[in-house]
Design a protein around this ligand. Sequence first.
Ligand SMILES: Cc1cc2nc3c(=O)[nH]c(=O)nc-3n(C[C@H](O)[C@H](O)[C@H](O)COP(=O)(O)OP(=O)(O)OC[C@H]3O[C@@H](n4cnc5c(N)ncnc54)[C@H](O)[C@@H]3O)c2cc1C
Ligand code: FES
Length: 355
Amino acid sequence: MSETFTVTVEPLGTELNCRADQTVLDACLRNGVWLPHACTHGTCGTCKAEVLDGEVDFGDASPYALLESDRDDGFALMCVAKPKEDIVIEGDIELEEGIEIYPVRDFSGTVTVLDEPAPNVKRLVIELTEPMPFNPGQYVQLNLPGGDNRPYSIASTPSDPSRIELHIKRSEGGAATDGWIFKDLAAGDAVTLSGPYGQFFFHPTKDKPLILLGSGTGLAPLKSILQHVAELDDEGEWEHDVVLFHGVATGADLYEHDWLTEFADERDWFSYRPAVSREEFDGRQGRVPQLLAEDFPRAGGNSAYICGNPAMVEDTMKALMQARLFPRDIYREDFFDSADRAEGGHVVRSPLIKR
Ligand SMILES: Cc1cc2nc3c(=O)[nH]c(=O)nc-3n(C[C@H](O)[C@H](O)[C@H](O)COP(=O)(O)OP(=O)(O)OC[C@H]3O[C@@H](n4cnc5c(N)ncnc54)[C@H](O)[C@@H]3O)c2cc1C
Ligand code: FES
């Protein structure tokens, strides 16, 4: 059994226990103490916080997200740092009103659906043994058979919290995808996961039209948000337009195309705009930032949610800002992987929950 230390989170003064083999972020989130975080794998820098007292093991922090000078100044990445003794940290704990934060917990379940809606994309439905409350847009950490884990965004709606739908893209040579999900995993298998994580979620207090922008499986959390908004609409609590751009390379990659087309036919407030970039397509051709610029020369007055590969997220963020949308109205989820952690280059420095 690993030794346990006390973590004091200032300015709250909250004290909680953290095992020597546990990350500080994990201990905080499981104890209901919110700290800003996004990738939870030492890549994005969102969870960087000052260690005011005591010593930590810096863990597997990307040297791009935590510079040598940051370490010298007493900062660490809370998602990978582990305590070596009792520590005191300065937590950036300010939370937007109207957001309920659910503590992270461990869950087990069974894969009930495993299909391939597009080449190199698996859709998993996991029935959990107990419900996991979450905010639409958040993600889970799926545990790999070898003990490691990977973040995957939840595509299903929080109104059915025992059913978790995931959309997973194959990554060539990837430990989770090539090594397990696309190789051995089958319907009927038992899986374990933890959650909910992340600060990319629908902000109900922003009473504005939505622009949802995803590339590839970046559609997953946007589907969750979209279904949640439709449920609000059914209850008479939604009165804005929603536009969804989904960027993919080829027409065959446009998974959920029929469902989204039908959904758009049924709801006059929803517009579905697929963007196919690498081949002729019976529709509009181009990348998401390009279609966005054509459709929204001015985007002020909207809230935007961007999700997918980090290059697309960055380009779309720039396109939105060029269209005069303030950063405070833009939420982003970068699907960082092990290569991004090793190579850096897409560090997201600001905690996006403070709006
Ligand atoms: C918040 C969040 C949410 C996410 N949600 C989703 C989602 O909903 N759907 C989805 O499809 N993905 C999602 N991702 C990405 C996902 O978590 C994994 O990163 C992805 O599935 C790849 O995992 P893997 O184990 O298969 O590949 P990894 O083993 O992580 O490797 C990824 C790639 O990098 C290469 N690589 C490995 N190590 C190195 C190294 N040291 N140097 C250079 N290259 C290396 C591998 O060969 C491979 O090509 C999300 C990521 C984040 C951060
Ligand atoms: S959440 Fe810690 S570096 Fe991304």
